[in-house]
Design a protein around this ligand. Sequence first.
Ligand code: ATP
Length: 216
Amino acid sequence: MLEIENASVSIEGTPILRNVELTMPTGAMIGLVGRNGAGKTTTLKTLIGLLVPQSGKVRFDGADITSTSPHRRAALGIGFMPEDRRLVPDLTVRENILVPAWAMRLQDAEKRVDWIVDLIPELGPLMDRYAPQLSGGQQKLAALGRALMVGRRALLLDEPSEGVAPALAERIGEILSNLKTEGLCVLISESNDHHVADLLDDVFSIERGQVRRLEH
Ligand SMILES: Nc1ncnc2c1ncn2[C@@H]1O[C@H](COP(=O)(O)OP(=O)(O)OP(=O)(O)O)[C@@H](O)[C@H]1O
């Protein structure tokens, strides 16, 4: 279980998140829905340790990880897919997926790559292509694959369906639904919950840095 407890986050002195309470139970898919600028990315960055709250806590399976570095959180199995994909252009898809494994010296990286390709078969024929040779949608799938290299216990996806064709958004939903049996905590941010509504166990809305749980 990954949780934010009464956290407030400022960026360069400007308050962005206010008293945020968010719980991602193990095995559940949670939505975080809000407009552009509402604070979704800030919330995800707080969960992965790129931002540290001025007050409140982040907990993972009960342990206080508020001051734990992003690298250490990745080692705990918390994976992140940024909205803008951020693939390394000089590397192939396989290498992009392996980058976090190299950084973390994961022993089972090749086995995990096989598991990722089983889950996302579209990546199979793309593995030796360089990132700029892929369409935007293919890059999203590769970024999802890379997040899964790290995200063995928790997966945070920042607007995975943003800017992709409806068919691919549907396919991403299908891939995520196949993850349901893996016992991960998953958080999906969206500007509306249209694409993933059927998958979600719980939905939180975010508006001007304030999070509230919606009836679902
Ligand atoms: N580095 C920064 N410096 C100052 N303000 C920032 C910074 N990063 C984000 N903000 C502000 O924080 C607020 C929340 O931004 P955030 O990126 O979390 O929103 P979002 O819900 O993810 O929206 P989007 O989809 O547009 O990224 C916005 O008002 C934004 O302008």
